[in-house]
Design a protein around this ligand. Structure first.
Ligand code: G2I
Length: 442
Protein backbone atom coordinates (compact mmCIF):
# COMPACT_ATOMS: atom_id res chain seq x y z
CA UNK A 1 0.00 0.00 0.00
CA UNK A 2 1.16 3.52 -0.63
CA UNK A 3 0.04 6.96 0.49
CA UNK A 4 -0.30 7.97 -3.15
CA UNK A 5 -2.86 5.24 -3.67
CA UNK A 6 -4.86 6.72 -0.81
CA UNK A 7 -5.60 9.68 -3.02
CA UNK A 8 -6.91 7.44 -5.78
CA UNK A 9 -10.45 6.43 -6.61
CA UNK A 10 -13.12 6.63 -3.99
CA UNK A 11 -13.50 2.84 -3.89
CA UNK A 12 -9.81 2.22 -3.42
CA UNK A 13 -9.55 4.94 -0.83
CA UNK A 14 -12.45 3.60 1.21
CA UNK A 15 -10.97 0.11 1.19
CA UNK A 16 -7.59 1.26 2.36
CA UNK A 17 -8.90 3.56 5.04
CA UNK A 18 -11.22 0.92 6.44
CA UNK A 19 -8.40 -1.61 6.45
CA UNK A 20 -6.16 0.79 8.28
CA UNK A 21 -8.82 1.72 10.80
CA UNK A 22 -9.30 -1.96 11.52
CA UNK A 23 -5.58 -2.31 12.10
CA UNK A 24 -5.61 0.69 14.39
CA UNK A 25 -8.67 -0.55 16.22
CA UNK A 26 -6.86 -3.71 17.30
CA UNK A 27 -4.68 -1.45 19.38
CA UNK A 28 -7.55 -0.08 21.41
CA UNK A 29 -7.86 -3.10 23.62
CA UNK A 30 -4.19 -3.46 24.27
CA UNK A 31 -3.05 0.12 24.61
CA UNK A 32 -0.81 0.28 27.64
CA UNK A 33 -0.30 2.82 30.38
CA UNK A 34 -0.03 6.34 28.95
CA UNK A 35 3.64 7.36 28.73
CA UNK A 36 4.78 10.89 29.23
CA UNK A 37 6.32 12.56 26.20
CA UNK A 38 10.04 13.07 26.24
CA UNK A 39 11.01 16.72 26.66
CA UNK A 40 11.05 18.32 23.23
CA UNK A 41 14.02 20.41 22.18
CA UNK A 42 12.38 23.03 19.99
CA UNK A 43 9.58 25.47 20.76
CA UNK A 44 7.35 24.11 18.01
CA UNK A 45 7.76 20.48 19.03
CA UNK A 46 7.24 21.27 22.72
CA UNK A 47 4.08 23.27 21.95
CA UNK A 48 2.83 20.50 19.63
CA UNK A 49 2.98 18.03 22.51
CA UNK A 50 0.32 20.16 24.17
CA UNK A 51 -1.74 20.41 20.96
CA UNK A 52 -0.66 24.01 20.33
CA UNK A 53 1.48 25.85 17.82
CA UNK A 54 4.43 28.16 18.49
CA UNK A 55 4.88 30.81 15.84
CA UNK A 56 6.90 33.81 14.76
CA UNK A 57 6.47 36.85 12.55
CA UNK A 58 8.46 36.43 9.34
CA UNK A 59 9.67 39.12 6.94
CA UNK A 60 9.99 38.22 3.27
CA UNK A 61 13.06 40.45 3.04
CA UNK A 62 14.95 38.21 5.49
CA UNK A 63 14.28 34.86 3.85
CA UNK A 64 17.70 35.07 2.16
CA UNK A 65 19.45 35.18 5.56
CA UNK A 66 20.54 31.62 6.38
CA UNK A 67 20.84 32.22 10.13
CA UNK A 68 17.30 33.61 10.20
CA UNK A 69 15.77 30.79 8.15
CA UNK A 70 17.67 28.12 10.10
CA UNK A 71 16.23 29.33 13.41
CA UNK A 72 12.76 29.94 12.03
CA UNK A 73 12.72 26.60 10.23
CA UNK A 74 13.83 24.71 13.30
CA UNK A 75 11.84 26.35 16.08
CA UNK A 76 8.43 27.45 14.84
CA UNK A 77 5.30 25.73 13.52
CA UNK A 78 3.26 28.86 12.66
CA UNK A 79 4.21 31.88 10.59
CA UNK A 80 2.68 35.37 10.49
CA UNK A 81 3.85 37.60 7.63
CA UNK A 82 4.99 40.69 9.53
CA UNK A 83 3.91 43.21 6.86
CA UNK A 84 3.38 41.37 3.57
CA UNK A 85 -0.36 40.71 3.82
CA UNK A 86 -1.29 44.20 5.00
CA UNK A 87 -3.48 46.49 2.91
CA UNK A 88 -0.71 48.66 1.47
CA UNK A 89 1.21 45.55 0.41
CA UNK A 90 -1.64 43.53 -1.09
CA UNK A 91 -3.77 46.23 -2.80
CA UNK A 92 -1.46 49.14 -3.63
CA UNK A 93 -3.96 50.42 -6.24
CA UNK A 94 -7.70 49.88 -6.05
CA UNK A 95 -8.58 46.50 -7.51
CA UNK A 96 -4.94 45.75 -8.39
CA UNK A 97 -3.62 43.11 -6.03
CA UNK A 98 0.01 42.25 -5.39
CA UNK A 99 0.60 38.94 -3.69
CA UNK A 100 4.33 38.68 -4.44
CA UNK A 101 5.71 39.41 -0.95
CA UNK A 102 2.85 37.60 0.82
CA UNK A 103 3.37 34.55 -1.38
CA UNK A 104 7.08 34.54 -0.62
CA UNK A 105 6.33 34.20 3.09
CA UNK A 106 3.47 31.77 2.51
CA UNK A 107 5.53 29.56 0.19
CA UNK A 108 8.46 29.43 2.60
CA UNK A 109 6.09 28.44 5.41
CA UNK A 110 4.33 25.78 3.34
CA UNK A 111 7.60 24.34 2.03
CA UNK A 112 8.83 24.06 5.60
CA UNK A 113 5.69 22.41 6.96
CA UNK A 114 4.37 25.45 8.81
CA UNK A 115 0.91 26.94 9.01
CA UNK A 116 0.17 30.61 8.37
CA UNK A 117 -1.80 33.27 10.24
CA UNK A 118 -3.05 35.89 7.82
CA UNK A 119 -2.31 39.42 9.06
CA UNK A 120 -4.31 41.57 8.49
CA UNK A 121 -7.31 42.44 6.31
CA UNK A 122 -8.62 45.71 7.78
CA UNK A 123 -6.40 48.02 9.83
CA UNK A 124 -6.45 51.79 10.31
CA UNK A 125 -2.69 51.82 9.69
CA UNK A 126 -0.73 50.81 6.60
CA UNK A 127 -3.45 51.98 4.23
CA UNK A 128 -2.62 52.87 0.63
CA UNK A 129 -3.39 56.44 -0.42
CA UNK A 130 -6.33 55.48 -2.65
CA UNK A 131 -8.14 53.95 0.33
CA UNK A 132 -7.46 56.93 2.56
CA UNK A 133 -9.17 59.10 -0.08
CA UNK A 134 -12.45 57.12 0.07
CA UNK A 135 -15.35 57.47 2.48
CA UNK A 136 -18.95 56.38 2.97
CA UNK A 137 -20.39 53.60 0.83
CA UNK A 138 -17.47 53.68 -1.62
CA UNK A 139 -15.07 52.96 1.24
CA UNK A 140 -17.35 50.27 2.67
CA UNK A 141 -17.46 48.55 -0.72
CA UNK A 142 -13.68 48.82 -1.10
CA UNK A 143 -13.25 47.19 2.33
CA UNK A 144 -15.40 44.22 1.32
CA UNK A 145 -13.73 43.96 -2.08
CA UNK A 146 -10.35 43.90 -0.36
CA UNK A 147 -11.40 41.06 1.93
CA UNK A 148 -12.81 39.14 -1.03
CA UNK A 149 -9.71 39.65 -3.18
CA UNK A 150 -7.11 38.71 -0.59
CA UNK A 151 -9.02 35.83 0.93
CA UNK A 152 -9.80 34.36 -2.50
CA UNK A 153 -6.09 34.27 -3.29
CA UNK A 154 -5.24 32.44 -0.09
CA UNK A 155 -8.45 30.41 0.11
CA UNK A 156 -8.00 27.15 2.04
CA UNK A 157 -4.39 28.00 2.95
CA UNK A 158 -4.67 30.13 6.06
CA UNK A 159 -5.10 28.81 9.60
CA UNK A 160 -6.59 32.06 10.91
CA UNK A 161 -7.05 35.57 9.55
CA UNK A 162 -6.82 38.74 11.60
CA UNK A 163 -9.91 40.09 9.86
CA UNK A 164 -9.93 43.32 11.84
CA UNK A 165 -6.92 44.73 13.66
CA UNK A 166 -6.85 47.34 16.43
CA UNK A 167 -10.33 48.84 16.04
CA UNK A 168 -10.64 50.05 19.65
CA UNK A 169 -9.16 53.14 21.26
CA UNK A 170 -6.74 53.05 24.16
CA UNK A 171 -7.94 54.41 27.46
CA UNK A 172 -11.61 55.05 26.94
CA UNK A 173 -12.46 51.70 25.41
CA UNK A 174 -14.56 53.25 22.66
CA UNK A 175 -14.03 52.57 18.99
CA UNK A 176 -10.91 54.05 17.48
CA UNK A 177 -11.65 57.02 15.23
CA UNK A 178 -10.68 55.85 11.74
CA UNK A 179 -11.96 56.11 8.19
CA UNK A 180 -13.41 52.60 8.62
CA UNK A 181 -15.21 53.60 11.82
CA UNK A 182 -16.69 56.63 10.08
CA UNK A 183 -18.52 54.28 7.71
CA UNK A 184 -20.63 53.17 10.70
CA UNK A 185 -20.35 50.95 13.78
CA UNK A 186 -21.36 47.85 11.86
CA UNK A 187 -18.19 47.80 9.71
CA UNK A 188 -16.61 45.11 11.87
CA UNK A 189 -19.48 42.65 11.65
CA UNK A 190 -19.80 43.23 7.91
CA UNK A 191 -16.10 42.45 7.59
CA UNK A 192 -16.47 39.18 9.48
CA UNK A 193 -19.49 38.10 7.44
CA UNK A 194 -17.66 38.83 4.19
CA UNK A 195 -14.62 36.95 5.45
CA UNK A 196 -16.62 33.84 6.33
CA UNK A 197 -18.16 33.80 2.87
CA UNK A 198 -14.77 34.30 1.21
CA UNK A 199 -12.98 31.41 2.96
CA UNK A 200 -15.09 29.19 5.22
CA UNK A 201 -12.01 27.13 6.18
CA UNK A 202 -10.11 29.96 7.89
CA UNK A 203 -10.63 30.85 11.51
CA UNK A 204 -11.64 34.48 11.77
CA UNK A 205 -9.98 36.57 14.49
CA UNK A 206 -10.27 40.02 16.00
CA UNK A 207 -6.71 41.12 16.94
CA UNK A 208 -5.65 43.95 19.27
CA UNK A 209 -3.07 45.21 21.80
CA UNK A 210 -3.63 46.56 25.30
CA UNK A 211 -6.36 44.00 25.85
CA UNK A 212 -4.22 41.82 28.11
CA UNK A 213 -5.37 43.39 31.38
CA UNK A 214 -8.85 42.11 32.18
CA UNK A 215 -9.96 45.22 34.05
CA UNK A 216 -8.99 47.77 31.39
CA UNK A 217 -11.80 49.58 29.58
CA UNK A 218 -10.41 48.51 26.20
CA UNK A 219 -10.43 44.82 27.13
CA UNK A 220 -13.98 45.13 28.39
CA UNK A 221 -15.12 46.80 25.19
CA UNK A 222 -13.59 44.12 22.98
CA UNK A 223 -15.08 41.44 25.21
CA UNK A 224 -18.52 43.04 24.92
CA UNK A 225 -18.24 43.14 21.14
CA UNK A 226 -17.19 39.48 20.89
CA UNK A 227 -19.98 38.44 23.26
CA UNK A 228 -22.47 40.38 21.16
CA UNK A 229 -21.16 38.82 17.94
CA UNK A 230 -21.42 35.33 19.43
CA UNK A 231 -24.96 35.95 20.62
CA UNK A 232 -26.10 37.26 17.22
CA UNK A 233 -24.28 34.68 15.10
CA UNK A 234 -21.75 37.07 13.61
CA UNK A 235 -18.99 34.66 12.52
CA UNK A 236 -15.98 35.15 14.82
CA UNK A 237 -13.77 32.23 15.85
CA UNK A 238 -10.86 33.73 17.73
CA UNK A 239 -9.43 36.69 19.57
CA UNK A 240 -5.78 37.56 19.01
CA UNK A 241 -4.13 39.23 21.97
CA UNK A 242 -0.93 40.87 20.78
CA UNK A 243 0.99 41.04 24.10
CA UNK A 244 3.59 43.73 23.34
CA UNK A 245 4.79 44.24 26.90
CA UNK A 246 6.89 47.22 28.03
CA UNK A 247 7.64 48.87 31.35
CA UNK A 248 4.78 51.26 30.58
CA UNK A 249 2.44 48.43 29.58
CA UNK A 250 3.62 45.53 31.77
CA UNK A 251 2.45 41.94 31.79
CA UNK A 252 -0.64 41.99 34.02
CA UNK A 253 -1.18 39.44 36.77
CA UNK A 254 -4.70 38.79 35.51
CA UNK A 255 -3.70 37.89 31.94
CA UNK A 256 -4.86 34.32 32.49
CA UNK A 257 -8.29 35.62 33.52
CA UNK A 258 -8.51 37.56 30.26
CA UNK A 259 -7.63 34.49 28.20
CA UNK A 260 -10.10 32.35 30.12
CA UNK A 261 -12.94 34.86 29.88
CA UNK A 262 -12.60 35.34 26.14
CA UNK A 263 -12.38 31.56 25.65
CA UNK A 264 -15.56 31.14 27.68
CA UNK A 265 -17.40 33.04 24.93
CA UNK A 266 -16.75 30.05 22.66
CA UNK A 267 -13.81 31.45 20.72
CA UNK A 268 -10.17 30.40 20.53
CA UNK A 269 -7.64 32.78 21.99
CA UNK A 270 -4.16 33.21 20.59
CA UNK A 271 -1.18 35.26 21.74
CA UNK A 272 -0.31 36.83 18.44
CA UNK A 273 2.61 39.29 18.68
CA UNK A 274 4.45 38.51 21.89
CA UNK A 275 7.53 40.52 22.76
CA UNK A 276 8.64 41.77 26.16
CA UNK A 277 11.02 44.64 26.82
CA UNK A 278 14.32 43.16 28.01
CA UNK A 279 12.95 39.62 27.55
CA UNK A 280 12.79 38.69 31.25
CA UNK A 281 12.74 34.86 31.35
CA UNK A 282 10.23 34.61 34.20
CA UNK A 283 7.72 36.87 32.45
CA UNK A 284 8.06 34.96 29.19
CA UNK A 285 7.43 31.71 31.08
CA UNK A 286 4.41 33.22 32.84
CA UNK A 287 2.81 34.33 29.57
CA UNK A 288 3.27 30.92 27.98
CA UNK A 289 2.06 29.10 31.10
CA UNK A 290 -1.05 31.29 31.12
CA UNK A 291 -1.82 30.08 27.60
CA UNK A 292 -1.18 26.47 28.56
CA UNK A 293 -3.72 26.63 31.37
CA UNK A 294 -6.53 27.64 28.99
CA UNK A 295 -7.57 24.79 26.68
CA UNK A 296 -8.79 27.18 23.99
CA UNK A 297 -5.54 29.13 23.95
CA UNK A 298 -4.35 27.43 20.77
CA UNK A 299 -0.93 28.98 20.29
CA UNK A 300 1.65 31.66 20.89
CA UNK A 301 3.44 33.76 18.27
CA UNK A 302 6.49 35.91 19.03
CA UNK A 303 6.86 39.08 16.94
CA UNK A 304 10.14 38.25 15.26
CA UNK A 305 13.04 35.81 15.41
CA UNK A 306 16.13 37.66 16.72
CA UNK A 307 16.29 40.91 18.68
CA UNK A 308 17.73 42.55 15.58
CA UNK A 309 14.63 41.52 13.59
CA UNK A 310 12.27 43.23 16.05
CA UNK A 311 10.22 46.35 15.21
CA UNK A 312 11.60 47.64 18.53
CA UNK A 313 15.06 46.11 18.46
CA UNK A 314 16.37 48.57 21.07
CA UNK A 315 14.22 46.79 23.65
CA UNK A 316 15.88 43.41 22.90
CA UNK A 317 12.45 41.82 23.46
CA UNK A 318 12.76 38.44 21.70
CA UNK A 319 14.04 34.90 22.34
CA UNK A 320 17.21 34.97 20.17
CA UNK A 321 19.97 37.57 20.26
CA UNK A 322 21.39 39.31 17.21
CA UNK A 323 23.83 36.44 16.63
CA UNK A 324 20.97 33.97 16.58
CA UNK A 325 21.90 32.49 19.95
CA UNK A 326 19.23 31.35 22.40
CA UNK A 327 18.63 33.81 25.22
CA UNK A 328 17.63 32.84 28.79
CA UNK A 329 14.03 33.67 27.83
CA UNK A 330 14.18 30.94 25.17
CA UNK A 331 15.07 28.32 27.75
CA UNK A 332 12.36 29.60 30.10
CA UNK A 333 9.74 29.29 27.35
CA UNK A 334 10.91 25.83 26.28
CA UNK A 335 10.88 24.62 29.89
CA UNK A 336 7.39 26.06 30.43
CA UNK A 337 6.11 24.26 27.34
CA UNK A 338 7.72 20.97 28.33
CA UNK A 339 6.40 21.29 31.88
CA UNK A 340 2.87 21.27 30.48
CA UNK A 341 3.14 17.75 29.13
CA UNK A 342 0.81 15.63 31.27
CA UNK A 343 1.78 12.45 33.02
CA UNK A 344 4.82 11.27 34.95
CA UNK A 345 8.32 12.20 33.93
CA UNK A 346 9.71 9.70 31.46
CA UNK A 347 12.10 7.25 33.04
CA UNK A 348 15.56 7.80 31.60
CA UNK A 349 15.85 4.83 29.26
CA UNK A 350 19.42 4.55 28.05
CA UNK A 351 19.35 4.73 24.29
CA UNK A 352 21.37 1.94 22.71
CA UNK A 353 24.36 2.90 20.62
CA UNK A 354 23.15 4.18 17.27
CA UNK A 355 19.53 4.56 18.44
CA UNK A 356 17.04 5.01 15.64
CA UNK A 357 15.55 8.13 14.11
CA UNK A 358 12.11 8.65 12.57
CA UNK A 359 11.85 11.50 10.06
CA UNK A 360 8.58 13.01 8.82
CA UNK A 361 7.93 14.33 5.33
CA UNK A 362 4.92 16.08 3.82
CA UNK A 363 2.59 14.03 1.62
CA UNK A 364 -0.70 14.70 -0.13
CA UNK A 365 -3.10 17.22 1.40
CA UNK A 366 -6.89 17.54 1.35
CA UNK A 367 -9.05 20.20 2.97
CA UNK A 368 -9.74 18.04 6.02
CA UNK A 369 -6.68 15.79 6.23
CA UNK A 370 -3.09 15.30 5.14
CA UNK A 371 -0.58 12.50 4.69
CA UNK A 372 2.85 12.27 6.25
CA UNK A 373 5.60 9.91 5.18
CA UNK A 374 7.79 8.42 7.90
CA UNK A 375 11.30 7.08 7.30
CA UNK A 376 13.11 5.19 10.03
CA UNK A 377 16.89 4.95 10.04
CA UNK A 378 19.34 3.33 12.44
CA UNK A 379 17.41 0.14 13.15
CA UNK A 380 15.37 -2.46 11.32
CA UNK A 381 13.40 -3.55 14.38
CA UNK A 382 12.01 -0.36 15.80
CA UNK A 383 9.12 1.07 17.77
CA UNK A 384 8.04 4.55 16.71
CA UNK A 385 5.80 6.62 18.96
CA UNK A 386 3.81 9.37 17.29
CA UNK A 387 2.04 11.97 19.45
CA UNK A 388 -0.70 13.78 17.57
CA UNK A 389 -1.71 17.30 18.68
CA UNK A 390 -5.40 17.31 19.54
CA UNK A 391 -7.98 17.48 18.15
CA UNK A 392 -6.22 15.95 15.14
CA UNK A 393 -6.33 12.15 14.84
CA UNK A 394 -4.64 9.48 12.78
CA UNK A 395 -7.30 7.87 10.58
CA UNK A 396 -5.20 5.58 8.39
CA UNK A 397 -1.73 4.07 8.06
CA UNK A 398 0.15 2.16 5.37
CA UNK A 399 3.15 -0.17 5.32
CA UNK A 400 3.22 -0.40 9.12
CA UNK A 401 1.59 -2.21 12.01
CA UNK A 402 0.00 0.41 14.26
CA UNK A 403 -1.85 0.75 17.53
CA UNK A 404 -3.79 3.87 18.36
CA UNK A 405 -4.45 4.95 21.92
CA UNK A 406 -7.33 7.45 21.87
CA UNK A 407 -6.80 8.37 25.52
CA UNK A 408 -3.31 9.67 24.95
CA UNK A 409 -3.72 10.48 21.20
CA UNK A 410 -0.55 8.48 20.65
CA UNK A 411 0.14 5.88 17.96
CA UNK A 412 2.71 3.14 18.45
CA UNK A 413 4.05 1.66 15.22
CA UNK A 414 6.22 -1.38 14.41
CA UNK A 415 7.50 -2.87 11.14
CA UNK A 416 4.99 -5.00 9.22
CA UNK A 417 7.43 -6.45 6.70
CA UNK A 418 7.19 -3.54 4.24
CA UNK A 419 10.46 -1.95 5.25
CA UNK A 420 11.27 1.30 7.01
CA UNK A 421 9.24 3.80 4.96
CA UNK A 422 5.59 4.10 5.81
CA UNK A 423 2.94 6.69 6.36
CA UNK A 424 -0.12 8.02 8.08
CA UNK A 425 -3.21 10.02 7.20
CA UNK A 426 -4.14 12.64 9.77
CA UNK A 427 -7.59 14.22 10.00
CA UNK A 428 -6.62 17.62 11.37
CA UNK A 429 -9.92 19.01 12.71
CA UNK A 430 -8.40 22.49 12.33
CA UNK A 431 -5.04 21.71 13.94
CA UNK A 432 -2.47 21.15 11.20
CA UNK A 433 0.52 21.08 13.55
CA UNK A 434 2.54 17.99 12.74
CA UNK A 435 2.83 15.21 15.29
CA UNK A 436 6.05 14.61 17.17
CA UNK A 437 7.82 11.27 16.77
CA UNK A 438 10.37 9.30 18.73
CA UNK A 439 12.06 6.02 17.86
CA UNK A 440 13.57 3.20 19.94
CA UNK A 441 14.86 -0.29 19.22
CA UNK A 442 12.34 -3.05 19.81
O1 G2I B 1 3.66 47.95 15.53
C1 G2I B 1 3.87 46.65 15.97
C2 G2I B 1 2.74 45.75 15.54
C3 G2I B 1 1.44 46.15 16.22
N1 G2I B 1 0.36 45.25 15.85
C4 G2I B 1 0.15 45.08 14.41
C5 G2I B 1 1.45 44.72 13.71
O2 G2I B 1 1.24 44.63 12.32
C6 G2I B 1 2.54 45.71 14.01
O3 G2I B 1 3.70 45.29 13.32
C7 G2I B 1 4.54 46.31 12.84
C8 G2I B 1 5.73 45.66 12.14
O4 G2I B 1 6.45 44.90 13.10
C9 G2I B 1 6.63 46.73 11.55
O5 G2I B 1 7.64 46.12 10.75
O6 G2I B 1 3.83 47.10 11.95
C10 G2I B 1 4.61 48.20 11.48
C11 G2I B 1 3.72 49.10 10.62
O7 G2I B 1 3.12 48.36 9.57
C12 G2I B 1 5.81 47.69 10.69
O8 G2I B 1 6.63 48.78 10.37
C13 G2I B 1 6.90 48.97 9.01
C14 G2I B 1 7.36 50.41 8.83
O9 G2I B 1 6.30 51.27 9.20
C15 G2I B 1 7.72 50.63 7.40
O10 G2I B 1 8.25 51.93 7.27
C16 G2I B 1 8.75 49.62 6.96
O11 G2I B 1 9.01 49.76 5.57
O12 G2I B 1 7.92 48.08 8.61
C17 G2I B 1 8.23 48.20 7.23
C18 G2I B 1 9.23 47.10 6.86
O13 G2I B 1 10.35 47.16 7.70
Amino acid sequence: MTGRLLAGSRVVRRTLVLGAVAALATGLAVAGTPRANAAADTLGAAAAQTGRYFGTAISASKLGDPVYTAIAGREFTMVTPENEMKLDATEPRQGVFNFGPGDRVYDWAAQNGKQVRGHTLLWHSGQPQWLQNLSGSALRQAMIDHIDGVMAHYKGKIYAWDVVNEAFADGTGGRRNSNFQRTGDDWIEHAFRAARAADPAAKLCYNDYNIENWTSAKTQSVYTMVKDFRSRGVPIDCVGIQAHFTSGNPYPGDFRTTLRNFAALGVDVQITELDIQGAPPATYADVVTDCLTVPRCTGVTVWGVRDTDSWRSGDTPLLFDGDGDKKPAYTAVLDALNAAVPGPSPSPTPSPAGSCTATLSAGAKWPDRYNLGVTVTGSDDWIVTMTVPRPAKIIATWNVSARWNPTTNVMTARPDGHGDSWGVTIKHHGNRTWPTVSCRHA
